[in-house]
Write a protein that binds this ligand. Structure first.
Ligand SMILES: Cc1cc2nc3c(=O)[nH]c(=O)nc-3n(C[C@H](O)[C@H](O)[C@H](O)COP(=O)(O)OP(=O)(O)OC[C@H]3O[C@@H](n4cnc5c(N)ncnc54)[C@H](O)[C@@H]3O)c2cc1C
Length: 365
C-alpha cells in the first residue's frame, strides 16, 4: 500500500516511520526546501511515548529536567528525519508544496497535486501539515480554518555560552518555570545546545513570552486578517519600538538569568513571534484522507502536549491500519481512527480555548 504524508515535521515524520513499520510505502511531501539547524523553539517531549509509537529504541537529544524531558524543535525534527529517510519504504521530497487533495473513495485512490505541477495517487493521504493545513480542505471543507487565539508568543533560544560571565546559569535538573507580570506570562526551560549538548554551560535557555497585545502589529504586517493567521514574525523583523518596549519590561520584571537572556536575544535580533491559533475538529478523516497533529487539532502550548496529541494520533492510525490488507478497506479504517481520536482531540482544544479565555480575561483587566 502507498501513503502520501503531507508535512515533514514532527508528526508527519513520526507517522512515516510508524506506517513504514506496517509495510506501507510512504512518500513525505514537505514544502520547506531544506532542513534548518536552528529554526523553531523548544518543546517538552515524552521520550517513552515517542519510542512506543515509532518503535525506535534510541532517544533524541533531550535535557532531562526534574519534571520533563525537553528538546529543541530543529533537533527533534532533524533526528526524526534521519530516522525516517534511513528506513526502507520511506521517501522524503522537500521543496514540494501540496496545493490540493481529493480524498478518493472505496474504489478510487486519493490524489494529491503539488505547486510544481506534480501529482500523486495514494491509497491513503495523511495531512500532517500543521495548524494552517491544506489537506483539511479535503477532509472538512465546511470547517477548514484555524482561528487566532488572541495571543502572540515571543520566543527565543539563547546559548548558555553567550551569557554574561557574572550571570549564574541554572543548575542541572532545573524545572520549567512560569512567571506572570502585568498582562504577560513567561515560560522558561532549558533545551540542548545546537548540536545536542546537554552539560551545564552548553545548553540553551528557551523563553516563551505570552503577549496578548499584538493584534495590531500582526494586522499591520498582513499576518492577521479577520481571525485568520497567515504567518509568523521571523527573527530580526520586530519593529524597534516593540523591541525596546519588550527589553525595558524584561529588564524590570523577568528574573535572572532569563532577563539577561532576553536582552541578548532582543539585541541580536533572535526573537521571533508565533501567533497561537485554535482549531477544534469536527472530523479527522474522510474517505482515504486523514488529519494528524496540529492539522487536526491546534491548541495553545499553555495547555501543553500538542505533539503528544499528535503521537496519540499516530498510535491510533497504526492500530486501525494494522489489520488492513486491502486498500478498499482504508475508508472504514479511517472511520475507526476518527472514532478513536475525534473526542479526545476536540477536548484538548476545548481545554485550550478555556485556558486562553481565562488568561485573556485576567490580562486585559
Ligand atoms: C511555544 C510552544 C511550545 C510547545 N511545547 C510543547 C510541549 O512541551 N509538548 C508538546 O507535546 N507540544 C508542544 N508544542 C506543540 C508542538 O510543537 C506541536 O503540536 C507540534 O510541533 C505540531 O507538529 P506537526 O508536525 O503537527 O505540525 P508542524 O510542526 O506545524 O508541521 C507542519 C509541516 O507541514 C509543512 N507544510 C505545511 N503546509 C504544507 C503543504 N501545503 N505542503 C507541504 N508541506 C506543508 C510545514 O512546512 C511543516 O513542516 C509547543 C508549541 C509551541 C508553539
Amino acid at each position: 500500500m502507498q501513503c502520501v504524508v503531507v508535512g515533514g515535521s514532527l508528526v508527519g515524520l513520526s507517522a512515516a516511520i510508524a506506517l513504514s513499520r506496517l509495510g506501507i510505502d510512504v512518500t513525505v511531501l514537505e514544502r520547506s526546501p531544506a532542513r534548518t539547524d536552528d529554526g523553531g523553539g523548544g518543546l517538552g517531549v515524552d521520550v517513552a511515548l515517542l519510542g512506543q509509537v515509532t518503535g525506535i529504541a534510541e532517544q533524541p537529544p533531550v535535557v532531562h529536567g526534574v519534571d520533563r524531558d525537553t528538546t529543541a524543535w530543529h533537533l527533534l525534527q532533524g533526528w526524526l528525519e534521519a530516522q525516517a529517510v534511513g528506513r526502507a519504504g520511506v521517501a522524503l521530497r522537500r521543496g514540494t508544496q501540496v496545493t490540493s487533495v481529493s480524498p478518493g473513495n472505496e474504489a478510487e485512490p486519493a490524489a494529491v497535486v503539488t505547486r510544481d505541477g506534480g501529482s500523486y495517487r495514494a491509497d491513503l493521504v495523511l495531512g500532517a501539515d500543521g495548524a494552517r493545513s491544506t489537506v483539511r480542505q479535503a477532509v472538512d471543507p465546511e470547517h477548514p480554518g484555524a482561528r487566532y487565539a488572541g495571543v502572540l508568543l515571543w520566543r527565543s533560544l539563547v546559548d548558555e555560552r553567550a551569557m554574561p560571565a557574572q550571570v549564574a546559569l541554572p543548575a542541572a535538573g532545573e524545572p520549567s518555570r512560569e512567571v506572570y507580570a502585568g498582562p504577560y506570562r513567561l515560560v522558561t526551560y532549558l533545551v540542548p545546545g545546537a548540536a545536542g549538548e546537554t552539560g551545564v554551560g552548553h545548553r540553551r535557555l528557551n523563553l516563551v513570552w505570552y503577549d496578548p497585545q499584538q493584534g495590531e502589529l500582526l494586522r499591520d504586517r498582513g499576518l492577521l486578517e479577520g481571525e485568520t493567521i497567515h504567518g509568523s514574525l521571523a527573527p530580526g523583523t520586530l519593529p524597534d519600538p516593540v523591541r525596546e518596549c519588550l527589553a525595558e519590561f524584561a529588564a524590570a520584571n523577568w528574573p535572572s538569568p532569563w532577563r539577561e537572556a532576553l536582552e541578548l536575544a532582543l539585541r541580536d535580533g533572535k526573537v521571533f513571534g508565533t501567533p497561537i491559533v485554535h482549531y477544534k475538529p469536527n472530523r479527522m478523516a474522510r474517505d482515504r484522507a486523514a488529519l494528524a497533529g496540529d492539522a487536526a487539532h491546534a491548541a495553545s502550548p499553555m495547555v501543553g502536549g500538542g505533539f503528544r496529541q499528535g503521537l496519540y494520533d499516530v498510535g491510533a492510525l497504526t492500530q486501525v491500519l494494522t489489520p488492513i490488507t486491502e486498500a478498499a478497506d482504508i475508508p472504514a479504517a479511517l472511520g475507526r481512527y476518527q472514532a478513536l481520536r475525534l473526542r479526545p482531540a476536540a477536548h484538548h482544544v476545548a481545554v485550550s480555548e478555556r485556558a486562553t479565555a481565562a488568561y485573556l480575561a485576567h490580562a486585559t483587566q
